[in-house]
Design a protein around this ligand. Structure first.
Ligand code: FAD
Ligand code: DLZ
Ligand code: SF4
Length: 505
């Protein structure tokens, strides 16, 4: 009899057609799925994220058994659990006389190193769920000086035929963003994303997570999908009722409507319950205007694939990038400490409660503030990796270190995403209820984003003033009187000193 092989399926690899399972033999091999403390604590993940992953793992293991697979499953509280992925593979190998492991490439360099160094032969296969393979991305990137997402996206449109008529983009344009990104008003009729009552498996996991993890984040009101059928319901609902409004409302922020017209599918895409190509194909034929459909498909076919390509191309060193030498500690407000800034309180409060914030809240509120205040990008990276339901290093790190914090020196973003309070005021309803005045430029009651914005530009003049996309910002700054500029910079010094002292800002 031939020795069985162990087939590793991680908590974010819950896809029946994933490469490791496709390469396996049902009659011979053993699928290993392991809930382990090492994965739950390597980062202080939001309890809802841990609960979603463990529940989805349990349900997926039941599904695989139903398909005839032999699954060796470790629950977190099993007494013999070694509490690490490597440890569980070695334990099951000894138990079943398995001589080797087949795995799919994982999404974090830390775990990749652990698996690559396993004391068992391991065959690590490419993650076949991405639309763009690693080799394809490298071929695209290595042939050019700048890696702009827009050009990569066009290649992906051509490759998949999505929104194409022959070799031309549908509607004659690649990008319809000029019609998108408007502010939004409250609307009681805006469709709400589906939520799911916890079943007995979910309830058991919620109890376990509440006993074992004391991380930032609430477990109340857990309503995430935890299997493919539920994830498809979320997608169906979005395509039928929400997508048409996606483009216009994509950048808007409302205090009482944290999800607006977003899809809320990133956790399911990232753990494998939905596949990116199926989502794009569904959107392509949806009853929605082209600007909404194109804008949505660009996020997945463009941004998501591009971020993954950059992550693989840059390697583990990317995680320590800090070209702006930002060194300040992350303020306690990010972990739920008090803040007088209504926008920060809304984005962080919602994150604590639901493990979700949409793109503009992440980029232009919490990310913008951290960048302007010169917070260590590594601390910012760990925060985002911890607190969001969809955060896995391969997608979180390029978004945070590259797009949001400019720590990579412009590999991803052609200019830093910074703004004063005016942008947040235009795109949200936060400022009306804030202790600060967004229209006030200087003085104690002025919106902190205002002084910090100019201070950031002034501090980094040598790097950014020749950037064609930033010239206008510097011209505006230079037109202010020397006295006004000095007052603004003094105000910024005071705000930063308050942050350093741990005072409430
Ligand atoms: P929608 O707004 O409805 O968009 C649809 C889909 O497009 C998303 O589900 C997602 O799969 C994809 N998408 C959109 N923008 C991006 C992007 N920039 N990169 C990759 N995919 C994108 N996304 C994650 O999946 N995990 C993260 O850890 C993560 N961290 C982020 C950190 C920062 C600082 C920023 C600015 C963005 C981050 N994003 C991350 C991207 C984006 O914010 C989320 O994908 C999105 O908010 C998920 O919610 P949704 O499904 O409602 O998305
Ligand atoms: C995030 C996570 C958590 C919290 N727990 C587990 C787990 O117990 N078992 C598991 O296989 N995977 C878990 N994961 C997902 C992994 O951390 C993820 O596969 C890596 O970070 C690579 O993306
Ligand atoms: Fe945020 Fe400034 Fe508006 Fe207050 S005034 S909500 S700090 S942008």
């Amino acid at each position: 009899m031939v020795n069985p092989r162990l087939i590793l399926v991680l908590g974010d690899q819950l896809t029946e057609t994933i490469s490791a399972l496709s390469a396996a033999d049902k009659s011979r091999d053993i699928v290993v799925m392991a809930e382990v403390m090492a994965e739950g604590t390597s980062t202080a993940h939001h309890p809802q994220k841990i609960a979603m992953i463990l529940t989805a793992m349990r349900k997926f293991s039941v599904h695989l058994r139903g398909q005839g697979w032999h699954v060796a499953y470790s629950k977190l509280d099993d007494v013999e659990n070694t509490q690490s992925i490597g440890g569980e593979l070695l334990r099951y190998a000894a138990q079943h006389g398995a001589g080797s492991v087949i795995a799919t490439r994982c999404g974090e360099w830390r775990l990749h190193a652990e698996l690559a160094g396993l004391a068992l032969p391991i065959n690590i296969l490419e993650d076949n769920r991405f639309i763009c393979s690693e080799a394809e991305f490298l071929a695209w990137a290595d042939g050019r000086r700048e890696w702009r997402m827009e050009y990569f996206y066009r290649e992906m449109r051509r490759k998949t035929g999505l929104l194409m008529v022959g070799d031309q983009p549908v509607g004659g344009r690649w990008n319809f963003d000029a019609e998108n990104r408007k502010p939004a008003g409250s609307d009681l009729l805006r469709p709400r994303p589906p939520r799911f009552e916890p079943c007995s498996i979910t309830r058991e996991v919620l109890k376990l997570v509440s006993e074992k993890f004391n991380h930032f984040g609430s477990l109340d009101d857990f309503g995430w999908a935890t299997d493919r059928d539920q994830a498809i319901q979320v997608l169906d609902h979005f395509i039928a009722h929400v997508l048409a409004r996606f483009g216009a409302e994509q950048d808007a922020m409302l205090r009482d409507d944290p999800t607006l017209s977003h899809a809320l599918i990133s956790p399911y895409l990232n753990i494998g319950l939905l596949l990116p190509l199926e989502v794009c194909r569904r959107a392509e034929t949806a009853p929605a205007p082209i600007e909404a459909v194109e804008g949505f498909i660009r996020q997945i076919l463009g941004w998501r694939e591009y971020m993954r390509g950059i992550y693989m191309r840059q390697g583990p060193d990317y995680m320590s990038k800090n070209v702006l030498d930002a060194a300040r500690s992350l303020p306690a407000a990010y972990w739920g400490g008090p803040t007088k800034m209504a926008c920060m309180a809304a984005a962080i409060g919602q994150t604590k409660q639901t493990a979700y914030a949409h793109h503009i809240q992440r980029l232009m509120v919490t990310g913008n503030f951290a960048l302007l205040a010169g917070i260590s990008p590594q601390e910012v990276h760990h925060w985002y990796l911890s607190v969001y339901i969809d955060a896995f290093e391969w997608v979180e790190a390029p978004n945070v270190l590259g797009m949001s914090q400019f720590a990579d020196g412009g590999i991803i973003a052609s200019k830093p995403y910074v703004s004063s309070g005016a942008y947040i005021n235009r795109m949200s309803d936060y400022c009306g209820s804030c202790a600060y005045k967004v229209g006030q430029k200087t003085g104690d009651g002025a919106c902190p984003f205002n002084a910090l914005y100019w201070d950031f530009l002034d501090r980094h003049r040598a790097r950014f003033s020749r950037n064609a996309r930033m010239g206008q910002m510097y011209r505006t700054w230079d037109k202010l009187t020397p006295e006004h500029r000095a007052t603004v910079l003094q105000d910024a010094v005071k705000i930063l000193a308050r942050l350093d002292r741990g005072d409430v800002v």
